[in-house]
Write a protein that binds this ligand. Structure first.
Ligand SMILES: [Zn+2]
Length: 453
């Protein structure tokens, strides 16, 4: 299968009239200044597609249901309450139907892959399913149905807070001790055999609140073979809790107590001192930024300028999936910095395009976080590709050098025409090929779920 692109952003820069041949999910050859051949998929502008490095798929079903303020309740309350009511009732079929919708929306928005930070493991009430990895299986089925590249990250969630606080009854669907968690990861690894080769299983100790120093050391020794993701410093309250219980701020503690390297992704590395920021950047770990969710939950802005100046790697994720939009994610990242610094063009080092820095940085960082050989268009890389229509009014007046600024700041996701995940061409003319069926399954699942709440 081959693509003919009028314009393509290759690892070496922009090229015209490029023919991209794909084989076994990878880019087999790149021919700039070529002609299209019969049977080629012809597109306007071809870009490396991004990885969405952080998702809790089921939370998409709550979008729009928690933006209501109640007198006398803290601001987080409506969100958390509904999340727990959902988790009391969600069935495996519903988990799968929601995940399929979410992964379809991600692909339509231009993402080729997703890191699913998966913490819903057990039955309502907390008893395990007959097969421990039942819900991991459902996530994998959804990814296979949609064709998105999956890096599945089963979550170790053992405590309700620092100091091994026992789980609350509403958290029992998430909970595992270390032995059961390792069994679950092994089952998920086995189930990978049913997915394409670009899919992966990693691990995700939930946070320093939900695991203990001893458990963290043990799980890393036993199961850290691929990517390792952790929620690290999302809210000031979390920083204070870790500082009081472990004697250091979360990022500071983690850097001193675990071997942090390029296989790590620190999600919501939001609250860091400048020293923590520079130290984290030096490890090569990826900062997993979720600007839309972080804005929605009122978390605060990332320490962007210090991190980029220190050479830090970053990627983006849609986390709660309140809105799945690649362009919105990147522009919210930059706008959060501008609003704090009362300045423009912040997420860039030196004299460069902000859009290109954000897009290409997130492409490479996201691929690294998900252990995908992707993030740029070059021979031998996975064919994680997105085509956009530069004739759209939002982009039609721009030069190649301005195009990514236009995409990030002036366009909507509707400029996406085609997406390939490791060569799987599932979004065509802006729509997923199975859209109607996926949406219909989701509607039915939600009707059943809402009737139970
Ligand atoms: Zn998260």
């Amino acid at each position: 299968m081959a693509i003919f692109a009028k314009r393509a952003l290759l690892s070496v820069g922009w090229a015209s009239n490029t023919r991209v041949e794909m084989e076994d999910g990878k880019i087999a050859s790149l021919q700039p200044a070529a002609s299209g051949r019969p049977g080629d998929v012809c597109v306007d502008t071809l870009l490396p597609a991004l990885a969405n490095l952080h998702s809790h798929a089921f939370q998409r079903a709550m979008a729009g249901m928690t933006e209501y303020r109640l007198a006398g309740r803290d601001s987080f309350w409506t969100w958390r309450d509904l999340m727990y009511r959902f988790t009391k009732h969600l069935t495996p079929d519903q988990v799968r139907a929601i995940a399929s919708l979410v992964y379809m929306e991600m692909q339509e928005s231009g993402y080729a892959s997703v890191g699913e930070f998966h913490y819903l493991h057990h039955q309502p009430g907390g008893a395990p399913y007959d097969r421990l990895a039942e819900l991991s299986d459902r996530i994998m089925e959804a990814a296979a149905e949609i064709g998105i590249g999956l890096t599945h990250l089963p979550v170790l969630y053992s405590y309700a807070g620092v100091g091994e606080k026992p789980l609350e009854p509403v958290q029992t669907r998430f909970g595992n001790d270390l032995d059961r968690f390792c069994k679950l990861v092994d089952q998920a690894q086995d189930a990978l055999g049913g997915l394409p080769d670009d899919c992966r299983v990693g691990i995700a100790p939930h946070s320093l609140r939900a695991t203990s120093p001893a458990d963290l050391a043990r799980v890393l020794a036993m199961q850290h073979k691929g990517p390792c993701h952790i929620h690290i410093a999302e809210q000031p309250k979390e920083v204070a809790e870790v500082q009081a219980g472990l004697g250091a701020r979360p990022v500071e503690w983690l850097l001193h107590n675990a071997q942090i390297d390029e296989s790590w992704c620190l999600v919501h590395a939001t609250h860091m001192t400048d020293q923590e920021t520079r130290d984290m950047a030096a490890t090569g770990a990826v900062a997993g930024l979720c600007p839309v969710t972080e804005a929605n939950l009122g978390d605060g802005p990332f320490n962007g300028p210090v991190y980029l100046n220190a050479g830090g790697t970053f990627g983006v994720g849609s986390d709660s999936n309140v809105l799945i939009s690649l362009t919105e994610e990147l522009r919210t990242l930059e706008y959060s910095q501008r609003l704090r610094d009362l300045s423009r063009n912040v997420m860039v080092v030196g004299e460069k395009s902000v859009g290109q820095t954000l897009y290409c940085g997130a492409a490479k960082g996201g691929a690294k976080a998900l252990d995908r050989n992707a993030g740029e268009i070059a021979e031998g890389k996975l064919a994680d590709l997105v085509a956009i229509d530069s004739q759209n009014p939002a982009l039609c007046a721009l030069t190649s050098q301005q195009l990514l600024d236009g995409l990030v700041f002036a366009a909507k996701d509707q400029v996406v025409t085609d997406v390939w995940s490791a060569g799987r061409h599932r979004v065509r003319e802006g729509r997923h090929v199975a859209r109607d069926q996926i949406v219909s399954n989701y509607r039915q699942a939600m009707a059943d779920l809402l009737a139970k709440l």
